[in-house]
Write a protein that binds this ligand. Structure first.
Ligand SMILES: O=C(CO)[C@@H](O)[C@H](O)COP(=O)(O)O
Ligand SMILES: [Fe+2]
Length: 221
C-alpha cells in the first residue's frame, strides 16, 4: 500500500506560504486547513489564499474544510483546481450530492469525521468518496496530542474499505509524529497529515521522508 504524507501549513509561517511549501518537495500533497470560527473556534485562510498558492506550486493541494456551510463552499475549492477537497460529515447537509459535485468538478472527494463521530452510519456511502479523513484530534488547532482512542475506528474503516474492493484512502490528521505514525499505519491509515512534526523539524523535507518510511515499515508488520 502506498503511504502518503501531506504537511499541514497551519504550523508553517503563514506570511510566507509559497516558500514554506517549497521547503517540503518530497510531500505527496499540501494540507490546507480552512477554518471559519463557527464549525471550530479558530479562523485561518480561505479561497483567495488557495487561489494565490496554486500559482506557486505544482504539489497537489489537499483542502480540509472545517467550516459550517460546506455545501456552499466546498465546490468553489474544486473549481480552483484543488486536487482533493474534504468536508466534515458533521457540517454537510447533503454529503452524497456534495461528493458527486466535487468529483464532477474534477477534484477527489473526501469526508472527515471528528474523533467521536462513528464511521458506521456512513458505511453504505463510502464508495462516494476517494478518501475518508479520521481526525485524531478535535479539529481547530495544530499541536495537539494524537488520540489513541481513534485507532479502533481506523481499523473498522479499513475493513469497510477492504469490503468495497475500491481504493479509498484513509487519512489521519492531528498529532501525527515519529512517535504516533506507526500506530496509525498499523491500524490501516495510508495518508498522514503532519503539521507540527514537519514544520518544527530542523529539516522539514527529511522529516516528510522519515515519516513515510516509518509508515511503510509499520504497515509491513
Ligand atoms: O486540521 C487540523 C487541526 O484541526 C490539522 O491539520 C492540524 O493542523 C495538524 O497539526 P498537527 O497536529 O500535526 O500539529
Ligand atoms: Fe487538517
Amino acid at each position: 500500500m502506498a503511504m502518503r504524507i501531506t504537511p499541514s501549513i497551519l504550523n508553517a509561517d503563514l506570511a510566507d506560504i509559497a516558500n514554506e511549501v517549497a521547503r517540503v518537495p518530497s510531500s505527496d500533497m499540501i494540507h490546507f486547513d480552512v477554518m471559519d470560527n463557527h464549525f471550530v473556534p479558530n479562523l485561518t485562510l480561505g479561497l483567495p489564499v488557495v487561489e494565490s498558492l496554486k500559482k506557486h506550486t505544482a504539489t497537489p493541494i489537499d483542502v480540509h474544510l472545517m467550516i459550517e456551510d460546506a455545501d456552499t463552499w466546498a465546490p468553489q475549492y474544486a473549481e480552483l483546481g484543488c486536487e482533493s477537497v474534504t468536508f466534515h460529515a458533521e457540517a454537510a447537509k447533503a454529503p452524497i450530492r456534495l461528493a458527486r459535485e466535487l468529483r464532477r468538478l474534477g477534484s477527489r472527494a473526501a469526508m472527515a469525521l471528528k474523533p467521536t463521530t462513528p464511521i458506521e452510519p456512513y458505511a453504505d456511502i463510502i464508495t462516494e468518496f476517494d478518501m475518508i479523513l479520521l481526525m485524531t484530534v478535535e479539529p481547530g488547532f495544530g499541536g495537539q496530542s494524537f488520540l489513541d482512542s481513534v485507532l479502533p475506528k481506523i481499523r473498522r474503516t479499513r475493513e469497510l474499505v477492504r469490503k468495497t474492493g475500491q481504493e479509498i484512502w484513509i487519512q489521519v490528521d492531528g498529532g501525527v509524529s515519529v512517535d504516533t505514525i506507526g500506530r496509525a499505519a498499523e491500524a490501516g491509515a495510508d495518508v498522514f497529515v503532519a503539521g507540527t512534526a514537519v514544520y518544527r523539524a530542523g529539516d522539514p523535507d527529511a522529516m516528510v521522508n522519515q515519516l513515510r518510511d516509518l509508515a511503510i515499515t509499520a504497515c509491513a508488520h
